[in-house]
Every structure is written in C-alpha cells, then in structure tokens.
Design a protein around this ligand. Sequence first.
Ligand code: PEP
Ligand code: MN
Length: 339
Amino acid sequence: MIVVMKHAASEQDINAMIAHVESLGMKPVVLRGTERTVIAAIGEERTANVGQLESGPGVDEVLPILAPYKLASRELKSESTVVTARSFVCGGGTIGVMAGPCSVENEEQIVATARAVKAAGATALRGGAFKPRTSPYSFQGLKEVGLQHLATAREETGLAVVTEVIAPDDVDLVTKYADILQIGARNMQNYRLLEACGKSPRPVLLKRGPSATVDEWLLAAEYILDAGNPNVMLCERGIRTFEAHTRFTLPLASAPYVQAKTHLPVVMDPSHGTGHTHLVTAMARASVAAGADGLIVEVHPNPDKAMSDGYQSLNFHQFENMMHECRRIAAAMDRTLGA
Ligand code: PEP
Ligand code: MN
C-alpha cells in the first residue's frame, strides 16, 4: 500500500505514520518528493486495516499497489532508477555498455579485451570468474584468480567490472573485487543468493531465468530491493521456446514492458539471446531501438579459441562495428550509448 501524505503534513505526522505502519507489522519505505512525501507500507496486506491508515493525521490518501512486486513497481516510484558504478551509467538516457568474454581465461586475454572494448566505447568490462556450466566437466572458471585478473584490467583501463556470483557464500569475495554483481539466469530464483546480493553495497545485474515469467523475474528483483539494495538492473537474456534456430529467443518487448511496470533499468543480452555471432549486432541494434537502458555483449580476442560461448562472441572489430551502428540508433532516439 502507498500512504500519500498531504502537502502540508508535518514531520511529526510523517513519523507517526511510519510508526503506525510498523505497528501493523509492515515495513515503511519513505519516499520524499519535492511536492509531498509518500510512505509505502510493504508486507502482507491482508491483515492491515486500510481504514486506520487513512484516518491518520496528515494523510491525503491510501492507494493499493496492484503489482505483485512492490518496491520494484512504478506505482511506488515513478522516476526511473539510474544505476552507476564508476564510469558506468545505465538509465536516464544513457545506455550502459558491458562487454567482455564469457569467461576470464588469463590476464593477457582480459586486459587486451578491456582495452579494446574501452576504445570502442564500452563503459564496463564483463567476464565470468565463477561459471555455472550445464556440464560439470566444462570449464568452471578461474574463481578468485579470475577476479584478480578482472581487477588488473580495471586498473589498466578504469572500466567498471561486472562478474557473476553463483553462491551466497561467495558474495563477500566477489563484492571485494567487482563493481557490479551478476546473478545468472540459472540462479534467478536462488532466494538466499538474491538476499545476500541485496545486502552487498554493489549494484546487481539480475538475469532473467530462461523459463521465468516477467512477474517471477520482477519478484526476484523484489528480493534484492527488499534486502536493502536499491541498485538493480534487469537483464533480458532470452527465454526457452519451441524455436531452435537461435540458442534462446530474445523478447525485445521486455524492454518497454518492464520499463512501464518498473522503475529499474533494463539491459539486453543479444549474445545469450541469440547464441550466434552473426545475429548479435542486429539484435543489439534492435535492443537499442526498443529502448533498452543497457547492453551486455560477449567479446573475445579470438572467439574460435574461447573456453566458453565463442560461437556467440564478437571479435574486437565486430564489436567496434556494433558500437558504431548502435550509436547511430541511440542518437536517433536522443540517447547516449556508452562513453
Ligand atoms: C553469462 O553471462 O556468461 C551467462 C552465464 O549468462 P546466463 O546466466 O544469462 O546464461
Ligand atoms: Mn556466456
């Protein structure tokens, strides 16, 4: 529920309402706007007596939040959230660009990639150090050594680093090295991991589960917000359908749909969303045209030799070309792409 305070409500009225919401067993979230203050009452609504809240001093009206997710909803917060990490900006007219290999393989590979993607205008470096692989026999990532290589690449280029965390116990370690925590598609409903990332001071990139509905995805984001982390980016990385021509099916409508329902920025992943290098640039262009707030793209110095996802990775030249084309589309929409 949202308690809209009157323009003339005093600080005492606001504090009394906060205490009242708490006494109903709900969590008060105070949003101070220029015009008026709004207090969201988050929690189980069935037991709360709306009438009691409505008659409180300084209250203008009490409105229900109709969406199943509350903190993520536009009903609660109408202004769009802009997520920043160092030079990386995502939202508010700036399209954040995260680029880099699927996996960190060695220092030379990640530093060379960081330099190339930065020169092409990317604002963050991606690279998996902990890899959730379909097969237990596939390369599982360099783990902490991979995180150290990412930190070296950041020192060399100044790019923000985004990397996946796959277990709640690893959140502190990854927080130590990374600027943005990535929660992978396979972990979208790992609620203990969502809560642990919600307690990290780092922004979170939450990938959509390949079989998750949009509401399930947004409720997963709600776990992170509810644990205290307001900096969540939603990443559409493609869903499982009957279609086998692409690795996954990338629903472009997720961008405008999710932007209408939530205030959180939406990042599109045309690499996992297509699974084929030759389709990535076209879907990156389409994502920008659809209004995405960010892109995450796999880039490798030599995709044929990549230890994971080489078949969907761009080489440096292809990435530079993608950026050039996407920048023109961004300009047509009065947006800025990357740096
Ligand atoms: C990745 O980004 O390399 C990755 C594993 O992505 P996803 O979780 O979307 O499959
Ligand atoms: Mn990958």
